[in-house]
Design a protein around this ligand. Structure first.
Ligand code: UDP
Length: 323
C-alpha cells in the first residue's frame, strides 16, 4: 500500500513512518519543516517539502501519486500559543487541511487517518473519557481539531472518503530512531529527561493543588509505537469512526517524575509552580472501542517502558535531531 504521511518529519509522524516502512508499506512524507526536522524523515521514505496551504501542489501530488491512504499529522499543537494566535491554528489545522481532503478526493484516496486529540473534549464530563462524551474544547487548538473531525464527517457523507479520527491522549516514548524534540520543549517527559541528563536545572510542577490524590494533574501516557499500530489498523477498517487512544492508566505528574528518577537512576531538582492555564485536572481515555473495532493491542502499558524508550533515545541522540 502506498501511504502519504503529512507531517512525517514531526514527533508522531516520523515514528509512524518508520513503523509503516518496517511493514513494507511505501511511504511519501509531506512536511513543510516549520516544526518538523529534516533528519527525522526516515531515509527509506520519499520526501516532499510542501505546505498544505499550497493548494494546487497538494492536489497535484495526490492526483499524480495515487495514494491508497493518507495519514494526517501535520498541525500546530501548542495549547498556549493557540490562545494567543488562534488565526494560526484555524488557518493551518482547518483551512490548510481542507486542501488535503480535496486532494484526497481528487486522487481517489480510499482512507484517511486523522490525528485528533483529547483536547477536543475540554473539561471532561466523566473519567475515563469515552468516544461519545460531550466535546466542548476550551482552547483554539482543541477547537481546530474538533472542526476537522466534523469536516471529515461531511467528506465521508458526500464523497465517500472513509476516515478514522484518532484522539491521542499524551503521546510519549521513542522508537530506536525517532523521539521527541520540540523547540522550545514544553512537554513533561522530555523536560524531565533534560533534567535527568543535566541539561536543565530543574523540573517545574505546574500546580499541586488539583483535586487528585497527590494534587498534581493526571494524564494518560501512550507510546508512539502504540499510536503507530492504531494508525496502521485504522487504515484498513471498513467503517469510518472516532477512537480514543490511551492506556487507561492515569498517572500524575509526581508519579511520572518518580518513575523517571527510578528508570534513569538520576536525581534532579523539582519545584512547584502555579497551575498552567487551561490544564484539566484529569484526562484518561477509555480505549475499549479501538481495542474492539480496530483490534488494537497496546504493547507499552507501563510508564517505565515508555520512559525507558525515551531515555534510550535521548542517550543515543543527546542533542535530538541536531546531530
Ligand atoms: N507539566 C508540568 N511541568 C512541565 C510540563 C508539563 O507539570 O514542565 C504538566 C502539565 O501541567 C500537564 C502534564 O504535565 O498536567 C502533561 O503536560 P504536557 O505538556 O506534557 O502534555 P498536555 O497534557 O498538555 O498535552
Amino acid at each position: 500500500m502506498k501511504i502519504l504521511v503529512c507531517g512525517g518529519a514531526g514527533y508522531i509522524g516520523s515514528a509512524c513512518t518508520e513503523y509503516l516502512l518496517d511493514r513494507d508499506f511505501e511511504v511519501v512524507v509531506l512536511d513543510d519543516l516549520i516544526t518538523g526536522h529534516r533528519d527525522a524523515v526516515d531515509p527509506r521514505a520519499k520526501f516532499v517539502k510542501m505546505n498544505l496551504g499550497e493548494r494546487d501542489r497538494v492536489i497535484g501530488l495526490c492526483k499524480n501519486e495515487k495514494f491508497d491512504g493518507v495519514m494526517h499529522f501535520a498541525a500546530f499543537s501548542l495549547v498556549g500559543e493557540s490562545m494567543t494566535d488562534p488565526s494560526k491554528y484555524f488557518r493551518n489545522n482547518v483551512a490548510n487541511g481542507i486542501n488535503l481532503l480535496d486532494g484526497a478526493v481528487a486522487g481517489g484516496v480510499k482512507s484517511i487517518v486523522f490525528s485528533s486529540t483529547a483536547a477536543t473534549f475540554g473539561q471532561p464530563e466523566a473519567i475515563p473519557i469515552r468516544e461519545n462524551d460531550r466535546q466542548i474544547p476550551i482552547n483554539p487548538y482543541g477547537e481546530s481539531k474538533l472542526c476537522f473531525e466534523k469536516i471529515l464527517k461531511w467528506y465521508n457523507r458526500i464523497f465517500g472518503l472513509k476516515y478514522a479520527a484518532l484522539r491521542y491522549f499524551n503521546a510519549a516514548g521513542a522508537t530506536p530512531f525517532h523521539g521527541e524534540d520540540h523547540r522550545p520543549e514544553s512537554h513533561l517527559i522530555p523536560i524531565i529527561l533534560q533534567a535527568a541528563a543535566g541539561t536543565r536545572d530543574k523540573v517545574m510542577i505546574y500546580g499541586d493543588d488539583y483535586d487528585t490524590a497527590d494534587g498534581t494533574c493526571i494524564r494518560d501516557y501512550i507510546h508512539i509505537l502504540d499510536l503507530a499500530q492504531a494508525h496502521m489498523l485504522a487504515l484498513s477498517v471498513p467503517e469510518s469512526g472516532h477512537y480514543n487512544l490511551g492506556t487507561g492508566n492515569g498517572l500524575s505528574v509526581k508519579e511520572i517524575i518518580d518513575c523517571a528518577k527510578r528508570t534513569t537512576g538520576r536525581d534532579f531538582k523539582v519545584e512547584t509552580a502555579p497551575r498552567r492555564p487551561g490544564d484539566p485536572a484529569k484526562l484518561v481515555a477509555c480505549s475499549d472501542l479501538a481495542r474492539k473495532a480496530l483490534g488494537w493491542k497496546p504493547q507499552y502499558e507501563s510508564a517505565e517502558a515508555i520512559i525507558e524508550s525515551a531515555w534510550n533515545w535521548k542517550q543515543k541522540f543527546p542533542k535530538g535531531y541536531e546531530n
